[in-house]
Structure formats: C-alpha cells, structure tokens
Design a protein around this ligand. Structure first.
Ligand code: PGA
Ligand code: ZN
Length: 405
C-alpha cells in the first residue's frame, strides 16, 4: 500500500453559489483523486458541523495547520485516513476541522485508492454481500417546496420514484414525469413564470394536495406510455414545519395524530411509495406508527431523523421507526462513518437510499456510493448539471453508454 504524497484543499462553489471545499490527494505511486463536498439547507440538528465557526476561510487555515501535516506520509487507506480525521478533529461533530473538509478528503482518498487499484470507485465502496449488478431505484425530485423553493408548497419535495431494475428505464421514467409535470403546470398557470428550485424541481404556487394530484397523474401517464414503474413520493422534511408540538402547514395545523392521519390518507389516495421524514427529527415513536400503517406498501425513510449516524440508526431500529435510512456522507463526515450506518441498516433488513444535498457539485461519485452501498434508491434530483452528473454516472455504471467503468 502506498502513502499519501500530498493533499490540498481549495475553495470552490456549490450549485447555490455558496462556497465549499474540494480536496486533491496524490499518492506516492502517482495515483490521485479529487472530490468536493456538497452542502445542505434543511439540515438535521444532529448532523456534523459543515465548517468550523468562521466558515470556509477558517476551514482552509485549519486544514493547513492541523490536517495536512498529519495526512502527508500516512498510508493510503480509507479506514485509516477517516480514523485519523476524527483523531485530528477531536470533537464529536467535526467542529474543529469541519465535516465538509472531512467529506472532501475522505472521498478524494477513496478515489485515489480506486485510481491506484485501477478499478472503479464502486469497487472500493462496495459493502460485504452487495451484488455487483444491482442498481438503485431513482428517487427524483420533480417539484420543490419548503426551504428549497420560495413561493412553492410547504412539503419540501414531490418525487418520482422509479424502481425499474435497469437504470436507463428508471431515469427515463423519472425524467418523463418531470417533463409531464412541467406541461401540466404551464397549462394550469398559463400566465405564471414557473421557476425551478434548489434541486431542479418545478416551483409553482400550488397547494400540497393539488401538487400531489398532479404528481400522481403524471406518474400514471408515464407508466402507461413507457410501461415502466414510476410512482409518487414525498420528502415532507417535517422538522421544518414543526413548532411547539404542531405541524404548521399553510392550510392546516396538525398534532401527531393529525399528521399520521393526513399522511396515511395521502398514501392511500395517491399511491405514495416513498415518504421521507414524515415527522419531526426527534419523533422516533410517531414515525414508527406511520411505518406500521403504511410500511408494507411504501418506503418510510429517515433523513433528519438519523443524519446517517449509526447510533441514531440503532435507535430507529429498536423503535421500528422506519423501513429505510437515508445516507448522506457529509451529514456524518466520512465515507467510513456512512458505511457504518449502511451496514447497521442492512444487517437489520432496512433499506438505504443514498442521497445528494440541495447544494451540489457536478460530480458523479454519489452514483458509485449508491451502488456500492447496495442502496435501494439513489436520490439525486433530475435536472441541472450537478444532478444529471449523478444520473449519467449511474448510466455508465449500468453499462448503458458502453463507456469503461
Ligand atoms: P438538504 O435537504 O440537502 O437541504 O439538507 C435535502 C433533504 O432534506 O433531503
Ligand atoms: Zn430529506
């Protein structure tokens, strides 16, 4: 195994135009890897801190003073580097060096290992027992609301969920739903200038239930036309609506029982197959009630509930809160930490969904993570170069383009 010859960190910008960091690693052997870290907006309370107080400039200083001197000369070993990052930081939440710095370095090291072994990244990330030729469903954002879209509905994401086994079918179907919704919105609001939100979904001044109606109709039309399975889903991002024990929608205010009834009803009415963060990020119990009610027909997914943290995943398993776990590497800081959450979920029969952030970069490594982690879903948005980069990488992995992996 070779050693790390150099590691650098620089400021780049994410899809929202906000600064983040990119790491470049070179090994003794000449193998190299470059990766950037994305950023969330509706972040969970238990995520690691993306940057130290003072932001990117302080992160760059700390990197030069604390991180680089310890990494140069260290073995090119992903688990070893990730442990070293924790050791250098010394805080439970990467407050000193920044979780985004850890993420960029960790992914860049994984890419360097792949370069050294002359194999695709997916082979470095593959968890034990994951079959090589299984591909995730596409969890594609078609309409944006909440904090990702000013002027939209208050449910954060309206999703086309396509479990077609071949990536090219799933992607084609999800993109077709996005287009179908665009046409339907233009017909419905002929005078309004429709925008797109942070994740490339449409933004329209449409109430939640009507948005779901439109989504379900679009999915049915695409299913009929293409003969590919594609179903409606939502990311409620309910913590963003939760204040003083109530879920505060524009049109209604609900307590736990009300929220349970509302979401169960929506699932029945519109055939939802995917519901993320249906309750507040601390609500392990109420989320379990929803999973009891609809978990047989829909994926109930914890994002802010778990923040990719293995201890919180364990809590969710004990409480039977969900049947799936969202995986975001930079919620927890390193690839190794994320893999721990994946292994815990998998060993208890929970599905995982590997996910982008709302502020992204035009990089494709997330597709390798989704396949290598054996995830049931890849959540990466549908439109915008930073989203399409992941879809196209999944197509390459699936062999659709004939490009070498
Ligand atoms: P974030 O949101 O990347 O802004 O945190 C995405 C999500 O809630 O899934
Ligand atoms: Zn979410």
């Amino acid at each position: 195994m070779s050693a790390i010859r150099s590691v650098d960190l620089g400021r780049i910008y994410d899809s929202r135009g906000r600064p983040t960091v990119e790491a470049r690693v070179v090994a003794d052997s000449g193998a190299r890897g470059t990766a950037g870290a994305p950023s969330g907006e509706s972040t969970g309370r238990h995520e690691v801190q993306a940057f130290p107080d003072g932001g990117v400039p302080v992160a760059l200083d700390r990197f030069r003073e604390l991180v680089r001197p310890r990494l140069v000369g260290a073995a090119l070993d992903l688990g070893g580097v990730d442990a070293l990052l924790h050791d250098i930081d010394g805080s439970p939440r990467f407050e000193r060096i920044g979780g985004n710095v850890a993420t960029a370095v960790s992914v860049a090291v994984a890419l360097t290992v792949a370069d050294e072994r002359q194999c695709p990244l997916v082979d470095v990330l593959r968890r034990p027992g994951v079959e090589p030729d299984r591909y995730p469903a596409i969890v594609g954002n078609c309409m944006n609301g909440g904090r990702h879209a000013i002027g939209g509905p208050d449910i954060q994401e309206f999703i086309a969920f396509s479990p077609a086994p071949r990536p090219e079918d799933a992607i084609r179907a999800a993109l077709a739903v996005h287009a179908e919704i665009g046409s339907a919105l233009h017909a419905r609001y002929p005078k309004a200038a429709l925008g797109r939100g942070d994740e490339g979904g449409w933004v329209a001044p449409i109430p939640n239930v009507e948005a779901l109606e439109l989504l379900a109709t679009a999915c049915a039309a695409v299913r009929d036309r293409l003969g590919v399975p594609v179903h409606p889903g939502v990311d409620v991002a309910a913590s963003e609506l939760y204040r003083d024990g109530r879920y505060r929608y524009r049109e209604q205010t609900l307590d736990d029982a009300g929220q349970l009834g509302f979401l169960t009803d929506l699932t029945d009415r519109f055939g939802l197959r995917y519901i993320e963060d249906p309750f507040d990020e601390e609500a392990f119990g109420p989320t379990a009630e929803l999973t009891r009610a609809i978990g047989g027909r829909a994926m109930v997914v914890g994002d802010d509930l778990y923040t990719t943290d293995v201890d919180r995943v364990r809590r969710g398993i004990a409480a039977r809160s969900t049947n799936a776990v969202l995986i975001k590497v930079n919620q927890v800081g390193t690839v190794t930490d994320a893999a721990r959450a994946v292994d815990e979920a998998r060993s208890h029969g929970l599905a995982t969904v590997t996910s982008h952030r709302s502020g992204e970069l035009p990089e494709g490594w997330l597709a390798h993570a989704a396949v290598g982690f054996g995830s049931a879903g890849l959540k990466c948005g549908l439109l915008g170069g930073e989203r399409v980069a992941k879809l196209n990488e999944l197509l390459r992995l699936g062999g659709a383009t004939g490009a070498p992996r």
